[in-house]
Design a protein around this ligand. Structure first.
Ligand code: ATP
Length: 220
């Protein structure tokens, strides 16, 4: 049987129920046996900012990469479907998906099928990824599309046509997969902690507890 490796990259600053629910939905849709979360060292396309700091509410303490990894571990503990890899944290930042894919390919061989899950908002950004066309060739990009977003699909595909071949765009379109709309973001969680508001139910209880214990995102 062909080995299927399913990777879900992100900052996970922190991981939340949106990530977890989407990963499960995608796994169920394709009958994947495992989804591996891959926290990025320093995301090249995104700043690790705690959110909008202001004179009234200063920026809080950001987690180290190891702390973000630990939060993923806590979130997925006791869930056999999920796994986490520190592959990007062991490399010098910034993390580029192409390098991760090459390393995974080398380890698992040419036969393995590589899948990379992204949120719908990321699909638009794909052209800015390092060696984006090789990424699209090396793995199947699975885009978790939340319902209202589907209406924007054609617009997004139009943008992708500027950068990718017709065949690549067709593959990207085929990877668009229905998934539930979970209106949670890490930004929202960081904001709420900074403002002293509860983050219960937005992320697993163990992560809530970890953030509290370590004083993450709270104004220093
Ligand atoms: P931030 O608020 O800091 O931008 P985020 O909540 O988008 O963070 P990331 O770690 O950047 O979280 O996301 C990793 C991947 O998960 C991305 O591909 C993103 O599009 C996707 N994602 C994040 N939140 C959701 C969500 N609620 N539903 C579906 N996909 C999501």
């Amino acid at each position: 049987m062909v080995e299927r490796i399913v990777l879900f990259g992100g900052t996970f600053n922190p991981i939340h129920h949106g990530h977890l629910i989407v990963a499960r939905a995608i796994a169920e849709y394709y009958h994947f046996e495992k989804v591996t979360f891959v926290p990025a060292a320093v995301p090249p396309h995104k700043e690790l900012s705690p959110g909008q700091a202001s004179p009234q509410v200063p920026a809080g303490r950001l987690p180290s990469p190891e702390e973000r990894l630990e939060m993923v571990r806590l979130a997925i503990a006791a869930e056999g479907l999920f796994d986490v890899s520190d592959i990007e944290l062991r490399r010098r930042p910034p993390s580029y998906t192409i390098e991760t894919l090459l390393a995974v390919r080398q380890r698992h061989g040419l036969e393995a099928q590589l899948h990379w899950i992204i949120g719908a908002d990321m699909l638009e950004d794909l052209p800015t990824w390092r060696r984006a066309d090789e990424v699209v060739e090396m793995c199947r990009i699975i885009t978790a599309a939340r319902p209202p977003w589907s209406s924007r699909l054609e617009q997004t595909l139009q943008k992708l046509r500027v950068r990718f071949s017709a065949e690549q765009v067709a593959r990207l379109a085929a990877g668009v997969t229905p998934s539930p709309l979970i209106d949670i973001t890490s930004t929202q969680i960081r904001h709420r902690v900074r403002q002293g508001r509860s983050i219960r139910f937005l992320t697993p209880e163990a992560v809530v507890e970890y953030i509290r214990e370590k004083g993450l995102y709270r104004p220093c």
